[in-house]
Ligand binder design. Structure first.
Ligand SMILES: [Zn+2]
Length: 66
């Protein structure tokens, strides 16, 4: 199935049988981010964590990005 990245509007083909695709269809996950944007954000988050001025809040359950 096709999924559009919420940040860069890039349309990617993701496996229709994947967990992410299933969650998108069932609206468990409301937004899709492409690998590029996720990497970029991961890096920025890590940088901010390193400064110590930023507290990380992370959802443990049902998070496909962990
Ligand atoms: Zn993107």
């Amino acid at each position: 199935m096709k999924a559009k990245c919420i940040l860069c509007d890039q349309v990617n083909d993701i496996k229709g049988t994947s967990l992410l695709a299933k969650q998108l269809r069932k609206r468990r996950v409301l937004s899709y981010m492409c690998d590029e944007c996720r990497d970029r954000i991961d890096k920025k988050t890590a940088e901010r964590l390193a400064t110590g001025n930023f507290k990380e809040y992370r959802q443990k359950k049902n998070d496909p990005y962990i």
